[in-house]
Ligand binder design. Structure first.
Ligand code: SF4
Length: 381
């Protein structure tokens, strides 16, 4: 381990245990006294401690992949199909990220991500189907990625999947290994859900069999109450609500549940989070959102009203000074990392703001697909 200059050690020793244990500890310190402590960590080449502090507050998404083949018609992130090149994080970049943070934590004596409740692993992707390769073209499993993130960063993950084709052996194996790891390490997942909705692109029989197989694969996580069902449907007055509204989603889930019962031969009713009565309760937060592709199911008036609200927000942002922008972004936006190390922000109304900040990933010069935003916000300089 690199020997730290005496001045760092003197300041580090003066930090009280209360500060070490607090949320977002970097903001309680006088950073100029520690600037340089990150210097030989390859991830932070050209990144100041002030930028690391910025990134660590409301750190939310570490994208393992970008783009999604599911193409659900309501997708609020307007997920595009994955790019042929560069749609998945390079394993070397994932470990560069996790090791970089943990090395810095070791030098400081606390976890810089402390105060964040979880790490989401995607913005617009369906993870079981991805293949994470390293620079030697070796494939690493999703389980290995989750283990790496959880053990080195110390935060639980949030994971949602739309399932996979049961005949796709690599996705099936990815999911089975992940299920086994989470079963043995239940604290590593804050939220784990399978999404069910009538906005898919498959024929009904194929879709219900596919989701039933997904639920069967993750059954141990439903048994212990870790996993849940994320069900989404249209508003009663929304466009095509007869085919994509509450009743439609309910009958879809009941069909999936019957297939699951037939597949497992067990009494799945005993698993609370799969129980159709609970899953199909009509709730406001199961309605789709007026965002991304979902907007097509709302009236023109509702879309315009929403866009006007977003326009006001983007205009307020535009009129802020650079200092006010940075302050606002630090306190009120989440910090998300693209697969090329680019840091971007998501506002409280889920709009994307680009930044000039980029971590030193091996793939830092590779282009990625654009991240969706309903309205363009000026970049954070
Ligand atoms: S809703 Fe999820 S599964 Fe569907 S297209 Fe969007 S990211 Fe993919």
């Amino acid at each position: 381990m690199k020997i730290q200059p005496a001045s760092f050690n003197k300041y580090l020793k003066s930090i009280s245990p209360q500060i070490r244990d607090t949320a977002f500890p970097l903001e309680k310190l006088h950073l100029p006294q520690l600037e340089g402590i990150q210097k030989d960590i390859v991830l932070f080449e050209n990144t100041s401690l002030e930028d690391i502090k910025f990134m660590s507050k409301w750190f939310q998404v570490l994208n393992l992949a970008r783009g999604c083949r599911e193409q659900c018609t309501f997708c609020l992130r307007n997920a595009l199909k994955p790019l042929k090149e560069n749609s998945t994080i390079l394993w070397d970049d994932l470990t560069r990220f996790t090791s970089g943070i943990s090395k810095l934590n070791e030098r400081l004596g606390f976890n810089i991500l402390q105060g964040n409740s979880h790490i989401t692993l995607f913005e617009d992707a369906n993870l079981p189907v991805i293949q994470i390769k390293d620079s030697n073209d070796e494939i690493h499993s999703l389980k290995d990625a989750v283990k790496e993130i959880y053990t080195k960063l110390g935060l639980p993950i949030v994971f949602v999947t739309a399932g996979w084709n049961p005949t796709d052996k690599s996705s099936q194996q990815n999911a089975e290994e992940l299920c086994s790891y989470i079963s043995q390490n239940p604290d590593c997942a804050k939220e784990f859900a399978v999404s069910v909705n009538p906005f898919h692109r498959y024929n009904r029989d194929f879709y219900t069999s596919r989701i039933a197989n997904t639920l069967k694969t993750f059954l141990p996580l439903y048994k212990t109450g870790i996993a849940s069902i994320l069900i989404k449907y249209n508003y009663p007055e929304g466009k095509d609500a007869q085919s994509n509204g509450y009743e439609s989603a309910k009958s879809l889930y009941l069909e999936i549940f019957e297939k699951l019962k037939a597949m497992t031969g067990s009494s799945t009713e005993e698993f609370e989070s799969l129980n159709p009565e609970k899953v199909t309760l009509e709730r406001d937060d199961n309605y789709i959102e007026n965002k991304g592709r979902g907007q097509k199911f709302f009236s023109l008036e509702a879309v315009q009203k929403n866009n006007k609200k977003l326009f006001v927000e983007s205009f307020q942002w535009l009129t802020m000074t650079p200092e006010q922008k940075r302050e606002f972004a630090y306190n009120y936006t989440t910090k998300n990392i693209d697969i090329n190390g680019q840091i971007y922000l998501i506002t409280p109304s889920e709009q994307m703001i680009e930044t000039q900040m980029k971590l030193n990933f091996v793939n830092k010069d590779k282009k990625t697909a654009p991240i969706h935003t309903d309205i363009k916000f000026k970049k954070l300089d």
